[in-house]
Ligand binder design. Structure first.
Ligand SMILES: Nc1ncnc2c1ncn2[C@@H]1O[C@H](COP(=O)(O)OP(=O)(O)OP(=O)(O)O)[C@@H](O)[C@H]1O
Length: 346
């Protein structure tokens, strides 16, 4: 990870009417029903860096309001570049991005006050305490009310579990504490959207759990959360929706359960009579029957009634110790989609 920097939201002048999620220009577009409810929407969004690197290639992304949206892909797949375009930090080479219904980067000044962002780790003054960092950060935001500053800073510290350590200098903070302080900065004002780039990167399991719990809490209060991650497991645990990127291109997007359901689970029979069980399953039309080294018999999950299969096994004298369908994971879905494992260096 490079030198930390935070993208903040400081220079807005006018508030965005919560009801005007689409502006006049989009009314003339052929907007789909999906786009209407979208907090983020991109069309053919493309970024080619000056060196010629095509980092993001024709991205069509739709992030529904109220979702916890996981933006998933191995290192170098274009996640950070996409986030930087969404936040108006870099201009796309071609294509369009709308955030809260407004075109980016053009509407940055009206959109960004409603967006809390944590990108590439928080920028902190090591010689200031956590509390002082937040106070200073808030003071630099012209949309922030100085009269409520103290209470908002304390509430944000409380929220991320840093109240007890608020007086310590930030340079003495662990990586996890720094990350939480960055989140606190994003939470100093109510936000409609939170954009978090690898929010649990470098955290220990306990720190990860805390951040995930916080994300769930914020989502329950109605904030849409868009987070990038290269950890499939993390996306499965916290996200309602996900998009999968590889080499700058979108491979798939949808609800996490639909993505995993797109891949069938495996039927698993645990039995001391493996050979006989395999024969019965094949006879009953189960595909890809395999006897594993540990004596289990697996096969493609059937469309029909599972009870008929157990009845057939029992009828043929197969002793069944365990019987069920193992749910496909997002990882299975990824492997099925790309033909590759999701094996990335953390
Ligand atoms: N400023 C830049 N100039 C040139 N190429 C860049 C620049 N920033 C990123 N790239 C390249 O663009 C591609 C996508 O990078 P990006 O950082 O968006 O991916 P990522 O999915 O966020 O990966 P990571 O998790 O490692 O940050 C990579 O090949 C990267 O080397």
């Amino acid at each position: 990870m490079g030198e930390p920097s935070t993208t903040s939201v400081t220079d807005a002048t006018s508030a965005l009417d919560a009801t005007s999620a689409t502006d006049a220009t989009s009314a003339t577009d052929a907007t789909s029903a999906l786009e209407d409810g979208a907090v983020i929407h991109t069309r053919a969004l493309t970024k080619r860096y000056r060196g010629g690197q095509l980092a993001v290639d024709g991205l069509d992304l739709t992030v529904p309001a109220g979702s916890v949206f996981g933006f998933l892909g191995p290192n170098g797949s274009g996640k950070t570049t996409t986030i930087r375009m969404l936040m108006g930090l870099i201009a796309p080479t071609s294509g369009a991005a709308r955030v809260l219904g407004q075109p980016m980067p053009r509407a940055s000044r009206t959109v960004l006050p409603h967006v809390g962002a944590l990108i590439e780790g928080p920028a902190l003054y090591g010689f200031l305490s956590g509390r002082e960092n937040l106070t200073r950060y808030d003071a630099a935001d012209p949309t922030a009310d100085p009269r409520t500053r103290r209470s908002r800073v304390e509430a944000a510290l409380e929220r991320v579990g840093l109240a007890a350590a608020a007086g310590k200098k930030a340079k003495a903070y662990s990586l996890g504490m720094k990350q939480r302080l960055g989140l606190a900065a994003a939470l100093l004002q109510p936000r409609r959207l939170l954009v978090l780039d690898e929010p649990t990167n470098g955290l220990d399991p306990q720190g990860m759990r805390e951040i995930r719990a916080l994300i769930r809490e914020l989502a329950a209060e109605g904030t849409t959360v868009f987070l990038s991650s290269h950890l499939l497991d993390e996306i499965e645990q916290v996200c309602t929706h996900a998009a999968v990127m590889a080499q700058g291109r979108l491979i798939t997007q949808g609800t996490v359960s639909d993505l995993a359901a797109g891949t069938r689970g495996r039927l698993v029979v645990t039995t001391p009579d493996a050979a006989e069980a395999a024969r019965v399953l094949k006879e009953r039309g189960v595909g890809d029957v395999v006897v594993t080294d540990d004596g289990r018999v697996t096969g493609e999950a059937p469309d029909g009634e599972l009870a008929d299969l157990t009845a057939a096994l029992v009828e043929m004298g197969v002793r069944v110790r365990g019987f069920g369908v193992e749910r496909a994971s997002l990882e299975d879905a990824f492997v099925a989609l790309t033909g590759e494992g999701f094996d990335v260096a953390g």
